[in-house]
Write a protein that binds this ligand. Structure first.
Ligand code: ADP
Ligand code: MG
Length: 737
């Protein structure tokens, strides 16, 4: 084995397990509930510290998704500052989500000077509510060309402020939106919040129409299952591809991959277990309710999932999950990888977004899950109308949902026999499909809707669906009893964007359903009868998007085509869905994005794709030049020397000459491919004035060439002596010893 790999292996095998110290009182370990959320300042803490009237106003704005009253801001800021300083915090930052897929922050100290130039700590209402980072350094997709580069961040009071602890430094994070001076959305959160608002208004209107009054807001709920890999930091550090692109660009498959299926639900290796426990510990302090952890299918792959929360908080929390995971893993000498496909030939990582709608009200409807079948006929009609809206929206905007998950990493995952394909369809389960089809076919011939419900047996659905064992794991968008699970989302993504698109699609469908319902009611029907008719129409028109079979099969690709469903395999073609007339009309209708904001989303994403692929191309080129080829040359050199020396001694060196010849052939192939790669890079870079053309070229010729270079390199990895190969192999990285 090569020297650097030996050194890494030594470190890996000798690393101690790092144990997390949990809070104790009088020598007794405190239960998690005793300190959960200790680094956040949410409603519970505010109630204890704030004047009653201020608390009431703040609570109301949080509960109903309204902006904070600027009159109470100074008091809120004062209380937050006192709490933060009592915890040793010195700085604050507006924590926001630019369109980079990550979060951003700029720290400011509480430290200030009074009129006598004496040092004091201050934190004003204005500082809490608004801040001004330098917007020009974030991607805006052309928005800057249209407007000024300036932008500001504004606190989203619904998401509690929290203390981040990094390298012994504590600072206060204020979850915020990021907008331009004319109100244009520069971030991921603003459109998400807008979509939640539109959806809420329309859902409330629909509920009112079918006789469910007194609803204050309809929130969407989200539970995000996060998949990731954990490997040793020493191995990671020796792989330029993982460091640069979070994905291995070369690497021959190991003799044992995941075929034994022995990792899934097996015991978590001790060092990883210790790491995940500390991740959970830090997340609990931040109020992130992680409750599930387990191994995933691939070796060294794991999953964590929280209890679901309101969507915008769940989105913030998923960012915290990813960043805390990355940070804490390092403390354990480990590296967390949240890329969609870090290792070829082995399952990739996704992020299952479980999504539903929930009522906020001060009557008995409070907490009702609108995607959960109920007990009474009316409850079930309500469920069916909302189900109809989701299916209608997903059917009409399947292309947009595909665009929402279009990142370079997900390209390797979708359709790779492990993840849902690039075709967006919805799974309902046998019981519910029957009900939906009967309603769509008008089979119910009800005297009234109530009887129809009884006849269809919808009331039995909760029990049927909950222990439904034929759960379809292959569907990109599956109904799982009381929620939909959007499974095609990539592990590394900020989920604000795909969830916003889903909410926009459903909001538009709700709008149409409301209009149709009003028309039906005008004809004198009871509201329940009218609602069932409208649902039947939506079920019928969206039938093509429902698919119960195996999404991994080749037959489905053929069948989907017949049904007219889109199969967008590459990122650029998927992103183009953001520019269709249907998409433009959707955002106009819902007021979630202006046309310019929508266009900017397309640009930011396409530009990101081009950058990702170019980084990969440069990285693989450097690895070939500085690692793979030199290793092969050194090995060839040794063979040649041995052959020469043997010949002098009169030994038959033909076997060595044969070995050298076959490696030499592999090297020639790689050199040829490497020369093509260089041309591809030059050509792609010359196309910088034509983003669309560049993306199109990179996704075809660029990716194909990269694949060919990789194949040639992998053949060399398997042909040369182990001590010459400089890169940790899949075997070493994925199977901890
Ligand atoms: P499954 O077995 O379908 O994966 P789980 O009960 O394990 O279901 O839940 C998976 C995720 O879905 C969890 O994060 C859970 O909190 C979330 N979830 C459950 N109900 C809802 C809901 N009504 N809305 C959003 N997410 C939900
Ligand atoms: Mg799941």
């Amino acid at each position: 084995m090569n020297g650097s790999r030996v050194a890494a292996m030594r470190e890996v095998t000798q690393r101690p397990v790092r144990i997390t110290v949990r809070p104790e009182e009088n020598g007794i370990l405190q239960p998690t509930s005793a300190w959960f959320g200790m680094n956040t300042f949410g409603l519970r803490q505010m109630r204890a510290k704030m004047p009653k009237d201020v608390y009431k106003k703040l609570a109301a704005s949080i509960r109903l998704g309204k902006k904070l009253d600027s009159e109470i801001a100074p008091v809120v800021a004062q209380v937050i500052k006192e709490w933060a300083m009592s915890r040793g915090v010195t700085h604050f930052t507006h924590w926001f989500q630019p369109q980079t897929g990550l979060t951003a922050e700029k720290h400011d100290a509480f430290l200030n000077f009074d009129e006598n130039k004496l040092p004091i700590e201050t934190f004003t209402g204005e500082q809490l509510i608004q801040s001004e980072p330098d917007a020009s350094s974030f991607p805006s997709g052309g928005l800057r060309a249209t407007w000024e580069a300036r932008g500001y961040t504004a606190w989203n009071p619904a998401s509690p402020v929290f203390i981040s602890e990094t390298g012994g430094v504590k600072y206060l994070c204020i979850p915020s939106v990021f907008i331009g001076y004319n109100g244009e959305a520069l971030d991921e959160m603003t459109p998400l919040l807008r979509s939640s608002d539109v959806l809420s208004h329309r859902a409330m209107e629909l509920l009112e129409l079918i006789g469910d009054s007194g609803v204050l807001r309809v929130n969407t709920t989200l539970g995000v299952e996060q998949e990731f890999f954990i490997i040793d930091r020493s191995h990671f550090a020796l792989r330029p591809d993982l460091v640069m692109a979070a994905r291995s660009l070369v690497g021959a498959p190991p003799p044992r991959g995941q075929q034994l299926e022995d990792h899934y639900f097996g015991g978590i290796p001790e060092r990883v277990q210790a790491c995940i426990s500390e991740v959970e510990h830090e997340l609990y302090k931040l109020g992130v309710p992680i409750v599930t952890r387990h191994n995933e299918v691939a070796p060294s792959q794991f999953e964590m999932a929280p209890i679901f929360e309101d969507t915008d908080i769940a989105v913030d929390h998923n960012h915290l999950v990813m960043s805390v995971l990355r940070k804490i893993a390092l403390r354990h000498g480990l590296q967390a990888i949240v890329h969609e496909k870090p290792f070829a030939g082995i399952n990739g990582s996704g992020k299952h977004c479980n999504w539903s709608l929930s009522i906020t009200s001060d009557n008995q409807l409070d907490g009702t899950n609108l995607l959960k079948p109920g007990k009474t006929p009316h409850q079930n009609i309500r469920f069916l109308v909302f189900l109809a809206a989701v299916l209608k929206g997903v059917h009409k905007h399947a292309g947009l949902l595909r665009a929402g998950i279009a990142v370079s990493g997900n390209e390797h995952r979708l359709g790779a026999n492990e993840a849902p394909p690039a075709i967006i369809s919805a799974f309902l389960g046998t019981g519910l499909t029957q009900v939906v089809e009967d309603i769509a076919a008008g089979k119910t011939s009800p005297k009234n809707a109530e009887q129809a419900m009884l006849k269809l047996g919808v009331a039995k659905l909760p029990d049927v669906e909950q222990d439904n064992t034929d759960r379809n794991r292959t569907s990109p968008f599956a109904f799982t009893g009381a929620k939909f699970e959007f499974r095609a989302v990539g592990a590394s993504q900020s989920i604000a964007f795909p969830v916003m698109l889903l909410q926009a699609a459903v909001a538009e469908a709700l709008g149409e359903i409301i209009e149709q319902l009003k028309a039906e009611i005008k004809t004198g029907k009871s509201t329940d009868d009218a609602a069932l008719r409208v649902a039947a129409k939506a079920f019928k028109e969206s039938a093509a998007v429902r698919f119960e079979g195996n999404n991994y099969s080749d037959e489905w690709v053929v069948e989907a085509k017949k049904r007219g469903l889109l199969n967008l395999r590459r990122t650029p073609e998927a992103l183009a869905q953001l520019r269709t007339d249907t998409a433009v009309a959707l955002f106009k209708n819902t007021h979630i994005l202006t046309e310019v904001e929508l266009e900017s989303r397309y640009h930011v994403r396409l530009e990101r794709y081009v950058k990702d692929i170019l980084i990969e191309l440069h990285t693989i080129q450097q690895m070939i030049d500085t690692q793979v080829l030199p290793a092969a040359y050194a090995y060839l050199g040794t063979l040649a020397t041995s052959a020469g020396q043997g010949a002098v001694a009169g030994i038959n060196m033909q076997p060595i000459v044969d070995a050298a010849n076959s490696v030499s052939k592999l090297v020639t192939t790689l050199q040829k491919k490497r020369a093509e790669l260089a041309k591809v890079i030059t050509k792609a870079e010359h196309m910088h004035d034509d983003l669309g053309g560049q993306a199109g070229y990179l996704t075809t010729t660029g990716c194909d060439t990269m694949g060919e270079v990789r194949d040639a390199a992998d053949a060399i990895e398997l042909a040369i002596g182990d001590e010459y190969w400089p890169l940790p192999r899949y075997r070493e990285m994925l199977f901890p010893v």
